[in-house]
Design a protein around this ligand. Sequence first.
Ligand code: VGL
Ligand code: ZN
Length: 198
Amino acid sequence: MQALLVIDIQKDFCPGGALAVAGGDEIVAPVNALMQSAEAVILTQDWHPRDHSSFASQHDDKTPFETVEMPYGTQVLWPDHCVIGSDGAAFHPGLEVDRAELVIRKGFRRGIDSYSAFFENDHETPTGLDGYLRSRGIDTLTLVGLATDFCVGFSALDAARLGYRVTVRRDLCRAIDLDGSLAAAEAQMRDAGVTLEG
Ligand code: VGL
Ligand code: ZN
């Protein structure tokens, strides 16, 4: 069984948002269309407490897009975004959220970020999505959303490592692209056996 995994199509990642991804809103209509032919639809929602440790505002002398060493590894620091319950954390108003059977929220622990829909950034703490998919008999995933080089890429890599057949629709994703992060993510995905389409 197949599922469409729609990653983080939230206001803060669209033009005008706190961590806007160029062209982020352009994918909303074609993602809605793709939902119609999916066997199951699952959405993810980036969902951070206001003092989240991935926010540059929580670190002295740091500005967004710098990095910091965390106990679990190097972490990029971001502008405050997708704060729990805020308008920016809401899905893009055009996204057909009613089609989704599951919404998985991630990044809700103050001390650890979670790009992937499967594991937090320690690559260890599970979100529960793998168990959900397995218990529904879903073994094939199509990924779309924001951003290609962070949450989509990390989710696709984890999914491939967990044994799912994974396709990323590049035409239905948009990237942040920090210092070559898009090319790096695409190379890693290819190496992991992810099919890049579009
Ligand atoms: C994302 C940076 C921080 C994403 C989430 O959805 O790709 N990127 N939080
Ligand atoms: Zn985030």
